[in-house]
Write a protein that binds this ligand. Structure first.
Ligand SMILES: [Zn+2]
Length: 270
């Protein structure tokens, strides 16, 4: 346990001040990097210019299966381009292989399939905004304290067929336990009961970084509300397709799934 904490510190608190670029975050799959460019400069990632805050900050997210390097291009005031290449640590996820078990094949109800598809689109739309908010640069905190029962990236493979990976961090707490905002933001989606995710809340922290909270029993905020860090936003539930009461907290950088645990570090002792 102690050792993991140290590893986390190494990867997340090391700041790089090179090439006039300031960077902090975790250069690994699922990591989030917050940076600042020199005065008058712009920054490009994967062929697109990133939005800069009033303090010239930007954010990028590295997906679960991100390649082993990432390139940032700094464009100076004269239009000169400098490429910077960063190694991205490759992770090994918890993959459970289940073989020889007859998989239950249930004919999907076309109405439920259509509903789930519509709801997935609503969530995607709620994460699309490139909102000019600076909350992404805040130091994130755990939305609640409790035992971690599921982690980012884990996956089950049934008879050789991989299921969708689990992208959230699961924290088991009784129904009704208050969930607090891990950082400030604006509420972009409130849904009382989605097919898979039940009570669903999305908070946009700015520049494409967002948090999604699912299986909620109650949501205490409204769409469009501006939230401050630590504010009570919802209550734990087991709505949707949940096996028991828990909070499932996911984070995105636009459509890229990132690991919330890399932003908050070790869970405080209970
Ligand atoms: Zn989960």
């Amino acid at each position: 346990m102690k050792r993991r904490f140290f590893v986390f510190l190494l990867f997340s608190l090391v700041s790089i001040h090179a090439f006039g670029l300031e960077l902090r975050g975790s250069w690994q799959q699922g990591g989030v990097i917050v940076g600042k460019v020199p005065d008058g400069s712009q920054i490009e990632y994967r062929g697109k210019k990133l939005q800069l805050s009033s303090l010239r900050e930007f954010v990028i997210g590295l997906g679960r299966d991100a390649p082993d390097h990432a390139t940032l291009v700094v464009i100076d005031a004269q239009g000169g381009r400098t490429e910077h290449r960063f190694a991205v640590k490759q992770r090994s996820y918890n993959i459970q292989r289940v073989t020889g078990v007859p998989q239950q094949t249930v004919e999907p109800d076309p109405e439920q399939v259509a509903r789930a598809r519509r709801e997935a689109q609503m969530a995607a739309d709620a994460r699309k905004g490139n909102l000019p908010l600076r909350f992404f640069a805040q130091e994130f905190v755990w939305p609640l304290v409790g035992p971690i029962t599921g982690v980012y990236g884990s996956q089950r493979v049934y008879n050789g067929v991989p299921n969708t990976p689990h992208y959230g961090v699961d924290i088991a707490r009784p129904v009704g336990t208050v969930v607090n905002a891990p950082a400030g933001g604006v509420v972009t989606l409130v849904h009382p009961d989605m097919f898979f995710s039940g009570g669903t809340l999305i908070i946009d922290h700015g520049h494409g970084l967002s948090s999604t909270f699912i299986h909620l029993s109650e949501i205490l905020v409204k769409k469009g509300d501006e939230i401050v860090q630590g504010q009570a936003i919802a209550k734990v539930g087991k709505t949707g397709r949940a096996t028991g009461p828990h909070l499932d907290w996911r984070m995105n950088w636009f459509e890229e799934r990132v690991d919330p645990q890399l932003l908050v570090g070790a869970m405080p002792s209970q």
